[in-house]
Design a protein around this ligand. Structure first.
Ligand code: IMP
Ligand code: MG
Length: 192
């Protein structure tokens, strides 16, 4: 189902499109505290490079980096796999590359959601080819039912069924990234 968002209409129906809260801000915060501790345990004082996949993971990155205690640098990459609606294009474009040379780093990729798995599959392949000391993937959300390529994160905070979610960095046609919780997007609002 492709959400066709007319920007003017999206503004009028803005709240109607937030169907229900799926994960509260408190649940997110406590899961991130746990994930931070898990990362600390894995790296045991060794420095890491947290790599956020923009744009969706920018909010998660901001909270996760403050939940880890090991020395950490941050980096950003922009990977685009969605055009505007709720359907994956299947084509992953790296529109902004990482500035760091990963060969000297323990890399931790920070992603908002794994859906078909295509984005991370491509990003991981690309970064592994640059010979990092090690590479792991942390994702806030995982939708395993939607996978088209075999991909598993090392740390996954929440597993959700196959519905489109917004908030906490995740968008629909660029809106809703600033919601402090994860909500289900109301696809029916697009049919009206
Ligand atoms: P994948 O390549 O299909 O795994 O898709 C990954 C990207 O698609 C994510 O990083 C998101 O930016 C976007 N995406 C997938 N599912 C959702 C969703 O339910 N809401 C918002 N964005 C999503
Ligand atoms: Mg993303």
């Amino acid at each position: 189902m492709e959400a066709i968002i007319n920007k003017d209409k999206a503004i009028c129906d803005y709240n109607k499109r937030i169907k229900r809260v799926v994960i509260t801000r408190e649940e997110i915060a406590s899961a991130i505290e746990k994930a931070g501790k898990e990362i600390d345990k894995i790296y045991d004082g060794r420095p890491i490079l947290l790599v956020s996949i923009l744009k969706g993971a920018f909010v998660f990155m901001a909270d996760l980096c403050r939940a880890v205690s090991v020395p950490c640098e941050i980096g950003f990459m922009c990977a685009k796999s969605y055009y505007s609606g709720t359907n994956s294009s299947g084509i992953v474009n790296i529109t902004m590359d990482l500035e760091q040379d990963v060969s000297g780093y323990h890399v931790v990729i920070v992603e908002d959601i794994i859906d078909t798995g295509r984005t991370l599959n491509d990003v991981v392949k690309m970064l592994k080819a640059r010979n990092p000391l090690s590479l792991r993937v942390v994702t806030l959300l995982d939708k395993p039912e939607r996978r088209v390529v075999d991909f598993k994160a090392d740390i996954s905070l929440f597993t959700i069924p196959d519905f489109f979610v917004i908030g906490y960095g995740l968008d629909c046609a660029e809106y809703y990234r600033n919601l402090p919780y994860i909500a289900e997007y109301n696809l029916d609002a697009d049919k009206e």
